[in-house]
Design a protein around this ligand. Structure first.
Ligand code: PEP
Length: 254
């Protein structure tokens, strides 16, 4: 049975003390509820707060992820953070790659996504690879071509062994931070399309094992109907992950 995931992308928000308060609030709430054992809750704080958050990571529901990683191994790359560094924090198990904000503002191409995925896998960190079309692409009915290209060029160089365990997040860019969510039908249609691409490349078993998250204005009021779809295995949550109550309510939506 594939893993269900609710991952919070805090983006560039919170001071250290606010972040500490948020993660400890999330932990308190997680202790009070009963989640399915198959559900993994992940927080992805800014780099300076990763170690503090790993203090809370344990072998139950809760794990920590980074929001970005260098495409290079090590060396003279001022300001960059390598996969090896993340790994040396010991409990950073996931890392977001190819988020639309990084593609739009920092020139992250599919080739860079592929290089970052390689770095993460070399250091045994699970990439959460984002894909998704912008509004004009959806309006032109090009969403499937765009997502096919992102997945093919960013991931399909991997061997089946490497691909197994990759997490994908479908995030229609027009739904990120806009309050406009994809309908459950739109999400399911794209998730089934992605799973079929994986099936064609790596076969049925790997396709069925791959966790595919939805992202884009997911909140407690819409999580249940999104997660009820057979190919939607959870969510990558931006704004709603900054409030412990909302984030936990989303984790309970399975
Ligand atoms: C995101 O940025 O990954 C995201 C899904 O943001 P939001 O939930 O705020 O739309």
């Amino acid at each position: 049975m594939r893993k269900k995931i609710v991952a919070g992308n805090w983006k560039m928000n919170k001071t250290f003390s606010e972040a500490d308060e948020l993660v400890s609030d999330i932990m308190d709430k997680l202790e009070q509820i009963e989640l399915d054992r198959n559900v993994q809750v992940i927080v992805c704080p800014p780099f300076p707060y990763l170690e503090m958050c790993t203090d809370y990571a344990n072998d139950s529901y809760f794990a920590v992820g980074a929001q970005n990683v260098s495409d290079q191994e090590r060396g003279a790359y001022t300001g960059e953070v390598s996969a090896e560094m993340l790994k040396s924090l010991e409990l950073v198990d996931y890392c977001i790659v190819g988020h639309s904000e990084r593609r739009a503002y920092y020139g992250e191409t599919d080739a860079i996504v592929a290089a970052k995925v390689n770095q993460l896998l070399a250091h045994e960190i699970t990439p959460i690879v984002c894909c998704g079309e912008v509004l004009e692409e959806r309006e032109a009915n090009r969403q499937f071509d765009v997502v096919r290209r992102q997945i093919t060029d960013g991931l399909f160089h991997l061997t089946p062994e490497q691909f197994n365990g990759i997490v994908i997040a479908y995030e229609p860019v027009w739904a990120i931070g806009t309050g406009k969510t994809a309908t459950p039908e739109q999400a399911q249609e794209m998730h089934a399309f992605i799973r079929n691409l994986i099936n064609e490349k790596y076969g049925e078993n790997i396709a069925q094992e791959t966790t595919i998250l939805y992202g884009g204005s997911c909140k407690p009021s819409n999580a249940k109907e999104l997660f009820a779809n057979p190919d939607v295995d959870g969510g990558l949550i931006g704004g709603a992950s900054l409030k412990a109550d909302d984030f936990i309510a989303i984790a309970q939506a399975f």
